[in-house]
Write a protein that binds this ligand. Structure first.
Ligand SMILES: *Cc1c(COP(=O)(O)O)cnc(C)c1O
Length: 419
C-alpha cells in the first residue's frame, strides 16, 4: 500500500498533499516521497523479525538523501554503504558507525582507511586482494578490521541479468568453493577480525526460493568453518526483495521474514538485512510535465520534461514504471511512448503504453520511482538535477532543492591559454 491516491475530485495526492500544488510551487520535474509509506514499509519489514536478533541496514544506493536517511536512523536502521560518499552521508544523517556495513568490489585505500577510522560494523569482502589490503591498512592504523566474506553462492535469482549478483559469472563476492580457503587465510591475518558471513544474490526478486537456496548453501559453509574452529556473530543475508511495479507478485515481507527465520533455525547468528528497494521503491514518484505531443506515421510520442537523466531505469533495464495523470481522466485512451528531452533513443519512460490522451501542459506521475531513481540521476545534457520533496501528512518540505546552472559549473575552471 502506498500513499499516492486520487482524492474525490480526481486529483492525485501524496498523503494529504495535492501534487499539482507542489508542482506549481517547486516546478517540474520533481521527486516526491511519502514519509507515511516509508514508515509503514519499515514496520512491515521489521515486524516479522521482531522475535529474532537482527539489524536492518538500509541499502543506501537505493535512496540516499539525508532527510530519508535521518528517518531511517530514527527508526533504528543502519546502513549498507558502497562508497566513501555513502559512508559520509550515513554518518552525517546520524546513523552510528556500529550499524554500518560496507559492501562493493572496488573499495579504495582512502575509503578503507575512512571506514576503519570510523569503526564500522564490518567490511563485506569481495576479493582476496581486498582482504590483503584491508589487513595491511588496519595494521598501518593500529586497528583490527571486522570483516565478513561476501560469498557468491551461485544461485539464480531469476531477475534481470543486470541486477543479478550471486551467480558464478558475476563480479561480486567470492565463489563459495573458494571461500573456505579465504576464511582460513583471513584467520591468519593479524589485523583482521572475522565477524560474519555475507551474501547478496540480486535485486527485485519475486520469489522466496533463491533466498532460501542461498541460506542452505551458506549453512553448509558455516558448518565447515565452525568445524575448523571459527567463531563469528553475523549472518548477512543482503537485500533484494522485489516490489510491484506492474503485475509482479513478490512475497510480502511477512512471508520473507517467516521463511528466513525458518531457514536459519539453529544457526544461532545475528542476522543482518540490507533491503533497499522494498523500503523506498513504492514510497516515491517522479512528477513531470508534458511538453509536446508528437505524432508520427508509426507512433505517438508524449515528450515530457523528465527523462533518463532523472530516471534511468527504463533505459538501463527496460524497467516498467506505471504512469498516472495527476488529474484523473475518464475519456479515450491511446497507445503512446512517453519520452524525455535527452538526445538518446534509449531516453524513454514508457513504451507502447495505453494512456489517457495527454496534452501539452498536463502533469503525470511516474510511479514506483523511490528506489534507484534520484540516486542514479545525472547531469547528462547539462540538466540540473530535480528537487526532492518529502511529504508528511498534510505538510511537505523540499529536502533537496533543484540544482541551478551555477551548480552545474561549480568546481570547473578554464586554464589560462598558452598561446
Ligand atoms: C543493491 C544492494 C542491496 C539492496 O538491494 P535491493 O534490491 O534494493 O534490496 C543490498 N546489498 C548489496 C550488497 C547491494 O549491492
Amino acid at each position: 500500500m502506498h500513499d499516492f491516491i486520487y482524492d474525490k475530485e480526481g486529483r492525485l495526492c501524496c498523503a494529504d498533499v495535492e501534487l499539482e500544488k507542489v508542482a506549481a510551487e517547486v516546478g517540474t520535474p520533481f521527486y516526491c516521497y511519502s514519509l507515511g509509506t516509508l514508515k509503514r514499509h519499515i514496520q512491515a519489514f521489521e515486524e516479522p523479525l521482531e522475535g529474532i536478533e537482527h539489524q536492518t541496514c538500509f541499502a543506501m544506493k537505493a535512496n540516499s538523501n539525508l532527510a530519508i536517511l535521518a528517518f531511517m536512523a530514527k527508526k533504528g536502521l543502519g546502513a549498507d554503504v558502497v562508497s566513501g560518499g555513502e559512508l559520509y552521508r550515513a554518518l552525517k544523517a546520524g546513523i552510528p558507525a556500529s550499524k554500518i556495513v560496507y559492501s562493493g568490489v572496488g573499495k579504495t585505500t582512502a575509503e578503507i582507511d575512512m571506514a576503519i577510522g570510523e569503526g564500522i560494523m564490518m567490511f563485506n569482502i569481495e576479493s582476496e586482494q581486498e582482504l590483503e589490503v584491508i589487513d595491511e591498512r588496519a595494521g598501518a592504523l593500529g586497528k583490527k578490521a571486522p570483516i565478513s566474506i561476501r560469498v557468491n553462492p551461485d544461485v539464480d535469482p531469476q531477475t534481470h541479468p543486470y541486477i543479478s549478483t550471486g551467480m558464478k559469472d558475476n563480479k561480486f563476492g567470492i565463489d563459495i568453493e573458494a571461500s573456505t580457503r579465504q576464511y582460513l587465510r583471513a584467520r591468519q591475518m593479524k589485523n583482521i577480525e572475522i565477524v560474519g558471513i555475507d551474501c547478496h544474490i540480486g535485486s527485485q526478486l519475486t520469489d522466496i526460493s533463491p533466498f532460501i537456496d542461498a541460506v542452505d548453501r551458506l549453512r553448509a559453509l558455516i558448518s565447515t568453518l565452525r568445524a575448523a574452529g571459527m567463531n563469528f556473530r553475523y549472518l548477512d543475508l543482503g537485500g533484494g526483495l522485489g516490489i510491484t511495479y506492474s503485475t509482479e507478485h513478490p512475497p510480502h515481507p511477512r512471508e520473507y521474514g517467516a521463511a528466513i527465520i525458518e531457514a536459519v533455525k539453529g544457526l544461532d547468528l545475528k542476522l543482518i538485512f540490507e533491503p533497499g528497494r522494498v523500503i523506498v521503491g513504492n514510497a516515491g514518484i517522479l512528477v513531470t510535465r508534458v511538453l509536446y505531443r508528437k505524432e508520427t506515421p508509426n507512433k505517438t510520442f508524449i515528450i515530457v520534461d523528465a527523462g533518463m537523466s532523472e530516471l534511468i531505469r527504463p533505459a538501463l533495464y527496460h524497467a516498467f514504471h506505471d504512469i498516472k495523470p495527476l488529474s484523473l481522466k475518464h475519456g479515450p485512451t491511446e497507445k503512446a511512448d512517453v519520452v524525455g528531452p535527452i538526445c538518446e533513443s534509449s531516453d524513454f519512460l514508457a513504451k507502447d503504453r495505453d494512456l489517457p490522451v495527454l496534452s501539452r501542459g498536463d502533469l503525470i506521475a511516474v510511479m514506483s520511482a523511490g528506489a534507484y531513481g534520484f540516486t542514479m540521476a545525472s547531469n547528462y545534457n547539462s540538466r540540473p538535477k530535480p528537487p526532492e520533496v518529502l511529504v508528511d501528512g498534510s505538510r511537505y518540505s523540499v529536502v533537496i532543492r533543484r540544482q541551478s546552472y551555477e551548480d552545474l559549473v561549480s568546481g570547473e575552471s578554464i586554464p589560462e591559454a598558452r598561446g
